[in-house]
Design a protein around this ligand. Structure first.
Ligand code: FEO
Length: 403
């Protein structure tokens, strides 16, 4: 329940949500999450971001360990999404701040979410600054990373970048710094967060990273609004490089085979496709949709250059779980992918063709025709599946060799 000093007179005053499993209604957060807020004690006492509405008492308790919340002079709202601004109305009423700062698009978002009449809002654009007394805040708009209103705040004297959602991870734990956990844990959580939340905006990520690099900021700490804080030059470089890597398009020599199944025929096809991939020298993950949330599939897809999607034909169409995945995948706009479709059927067999068309519309390369199997796959059908896996695997290997 205590605040944590992350710099001299800069405190983490956020909330750890150990129960959160459904992140924003579309992604999963199997390890919970945090809503990080930061309080700066300077001549102008300033709170950067707040927390989800249900967590306000945790944040206020931490703030009260340091200062009476009514003494807060400034609120900086780097992003209006409700996991960071859900309690903004209550905080404004309680603190009666002298000023509330946000980006130009933040103003529109704030007006859309709250009754802001009488709120002392001041818009800050990229390049604008704000003196808190001993320190100066530099604002950097980070449009579409991941909302139009998203903004970074850089505290020059502290060498601290408050990055809002960027570089975030959904992890609920007692540690606050990334160097206190195994790197693999951080890497997986960053990958899951990026590829389920930020991925559609990869070009804007690259642009923002270039913008930050061009400013030649001296950064020795990146504090996101979810998860662990990156402290020290090495961890800062790691966070920046990880996002550069995620945002750069490129072919990956791995495949995923994901499917739903009724009576295991499509599942047998999936296993035989996997054998074909192995013959082509391509490692793969088999991801049955009854056991894997669409977020887990997209996290695995981050390391893959090919996806096989399988569904039995159900009522002349695809299984509901497959439709869910394809809808989710389409919105996340993955790049540099080969696709292939397969599935069993009893009497009509439309599903693989429908999947093929979905994947094609996503811009995937589709080197093979959709593969169907009537009823239960026997030796010949399984051989066709192996051939499909091998053929697509070889196409991926060629892609990776020429990238
Ligand atoms: Fe963590 Fe876009 O809010």
């Amino acid at each position: 329940m205590n605040p944590l000093a992350i710099k001299d007179n800069v405190y983490w005053v956020g909330a750890v949500d150990y129960s959160c499993r459904d992140f924003h209604g579309y992604s999963r957060s199997p390890q919970g999450t945090t809503y990080n807020a930061y309080l700066v004690l300077d001549e102008k006492i300033t709170l950067f971001d707040t927390v989800k509405s249900g967590s306000i008492s945790l944040m206020l308790q931490r703030i009260r360990e340091l200062v009476d919340p009514e003494k807060i002079d400034y609120l900086v709202v780097n992003h209006v999404e409700l996991d960071h601004a859900g309690c903004l109305g209550e905080i404004v009423n309680l603190c009666k701040p002298e000023k509330i700062f946000c980006s130009p698009m933040g103003l529109k978002s704030m007006q859309g979410h709250f009754d802001t009449e009488g709120w002392p809002i001041e818009v800050k654009k990229s390049g604008d600054t704000l003196s808190l007394g001993k320190r100066t805040v530099h604002f950097i708009e980070a449009r579409m990373l991941h909302w139009p209103d998203s903004m970074f705040s850089y505290l020059a004297e502290d060498k601290l970048l408050l990055s809002n959602d960027a570089f975030g991870q959904n992890i609920a734990c007692s540690e606050r710094f990334a160097d206190e956990l195994d790197r693999e844990v951080i890497e997986h959580a960053m990958k899951e967060y990026y590829h389920n939340i930020v991925q559609p905006f990869a070009p804007q990520v690259t642009k923002t990273l270039e913008q930050v690099a061009g400013l030649n900021l001296d950064i020795d700490m990146i504090a996101p609004d979810h998860g662990l804080i990156f402290r020290g030059k090495d961890d800062v470089a790691y966070a920046l490089e990880t996002y550069r890597r995620y945002a750069a398009p490129g072919w990956k020599k791995r495949a995923i085979v994901t499917y739903d199944t009724m009576w295991h025929s499509t599942e047998r096809m999936a296993c035989a496709i996997g054998d074909g991939l192995t013959e082509a020298g391509i490692p793969y993950h088999l991801l049955p949709l009854k056991a894997n949330h669409h977020s887990a599939v997209m996290t695995a897809f981050a390391d893959a250059g090919a996806v096989f999607v399988g569904s039995p034909t159900h009522n002349n169409g695809i299984m509901p779980g497959v439709a869910d995945l394809l809808t989710y995948m389409k919105g996340l706009r993955p790049k540099c992918k080969i696709g292939a479709a397969f599935g069993s059927f009893g009497w009509s067999g439309e599903a693989p063709r429908a999947i093929h068309e979905w994947l094609e519309k996503m811009g995937f390369e589709m080197p093979v025709e959709p593969l169907t199997c009537n009823w239960v796959p026997k030796k010949d059908a399984l051989e066709q599946c192996r051939a499909m896996g091998k053929s697509v695997g070889q196409a991926l290997a060629e892609r990776c060799a020429t990238k």
